[in-house]
Design a protein around this ligand. Structure first.
Ligand SMILES: *Cc1c(COP(=O)(O)O)cnc(C)c1O
Length: 389
């Protein structure tokens, strides 16, 4: 039995290791100079004013919502095809969550469904305060369209770009530049495009949002005299002016992230090579390969195929199990969030987003990461061909 080929994994170089070791030998393990250096590196790459590093994308989503003033009585909308964190952030703030079905071509939030739902919500006075589009698999959402709706209906936008660092929208708009959103959030979990083990970052061009997120990631405490309610009592003085958290990233994590940034473009272009090769090798199989917008450059976090079940003659579960048995760590991204028992407890039911449920019945995430060899890829293709024969 060969070792399982995972669906995603980190790529760690000797210089990544050295960067972390250097921090271990330095004066600061947290709250030192490397976190700001990593933030600057991401901000420069994304062509955005501010970047705020935190200990996960989940934390970044939470404080992004808080910075935008989300609280009880507010509603947030997102896509059902995402990791639960994109929806949980609303509930953390005491807000309500709702879901907009996906586009059957891109698997991202559907602009048409969003426009319809907004028109309806405007009539009933239930408009969302924030919409959170997710660039699923790394493919950018229709941000210009969502942004235009945001202006029309007065909602804010948080891009969940956990899959999409290194991607580009409309030719040269770097994901994270916040041209069409208030805040963008990245994840640096090991399966994502670059890693800090655990970690996340938000970007924004709004200085007041940046300051609020900086405050909230560290207990709501400030050392800036200008933000204090009165003159400092003495040199030791700091003030807690809001209820924040400890969501800080460590220097060790930032060192790994900063080092990984040097290879970000290389990682993404390797993912593109793998995707193109899959596309070619799958040309004659009864599966749907991922559609790509000609203007956009995906981060290619995931390579998801959909089985044409009428032509396959096996069930989704049978194919999935056959691939696992062949040593391929296939996965499924994602179970529609509202079908999770916790969300069913909030009143969501099967049938709510039909396109997302159809996707869930057919989708399989195949191995996709820079270290995947051609030989391993051939094995995946052969095993899938056998599984659906
Ligand atoms: C991974 C992921 C998150 C959460 O990221 P963490 O850094 O693990 O908290 C949120 N949203 C999406 C779409 C993700 O893929």
């Amino acid at each position: 039995m060969t070792v399982m080929i995972p669906y995603g994994r980190q790529d760690i170089s000797e210089s990544d290791i050295q960067a972390v070791v250097d921090v271990l030998r330095s004066d600061y393990l947290t709250q030192g100079p490397v976190v700001p250096a990593f933030e600057k590196s991401v901000a420069d790459y994304c062509d955005v004013q501010h970047a705020i590093a935190v200990n996960s994308a989940t934390s970044a989503l939470h404080i992004a919502c808080l910075a935008l003033g989300v609280g009880s009585g507010d509603i947030i909308w997102t896509t059902p095809l995402t990791f639960v964190a994109s929806a949980n952030c609303a509930l953390y703030c005491g807000a309500m969550i709702d879901f907009v079905d996906i586009d059957p071509l891109t698997y991202n939030i559907s602009l048409e469904r969003l426009a319809e739902k907004l028109a309806l919500a405007a009539k009933t006075g239930n408009l969302p305060k924030v919409v959170i589009p997710v660039h699923l698999c790394g493919q950018p959402c229709n941000m210009a369209g969502i942004h235009a709706l945001g202006l029309q209906y007065g909602f804010k936008i948080i891009e969940d770009a956990s899959h999409a660092i290194g991607g580009r929208y409309r030719g040269n708009e770097v994901i994270g530049n916040c041209r069409y959103s208030d805040i963008t959030v990245f994840s640096f979990h090991p399966v994502k495009i670059i890693t800090t083990a655990e970690g996340g970052m938000s970007t924004t061009n709004d200085v007041s949002l940046a300051k609020r997120m900086q405050l909230l990631r560290s207990h709501g405490i400030t050392r800036d005299v200008n933000e204090m309610t009165h003159e400092p009592d003495g040199p030791w003085y700091y003030q807690q002016i809001d209820l924040g958290y400890n969501y800080r990233m460590t220097e060790l994590q930032a060192a790994l992230g900063l080092s990984q940034m040097q290879r970000l473009d290389e990682f993404v272009s390797k993912r593109h090579v793998i995707a193109r090769r899959y596309d070619q090798l799958f040309a004659n199989l009864p599966i749907v390969t991922p559609w790509q917008h000609s203007d956009s450059y995906s981060g290619w976090h995931l390579y998801v195929v959909r089985l044409k079940l009428k032509e396959v003659g096996k069930t989704h579960l049978q194919v999935f199990k056959a691939l696992r048995a062949a040593g391929i760590g296939v996965n499924l991204h994602y179970i529609p969030v509202y079908l999770q028992p916790y969300y069913e407890g909030l009143g969501f039911k099967m049938g709510y987003c039909p396109e997302a449920e159809l996707y869930y019945a057919e989708a399989i995430s195949l191995p996709m990461y820079p270290g995947l060899t051609e030989e391993q890829q051939n094995h995946v293709v052969k095993a899938l061909a056998e599984a659906i024969r």
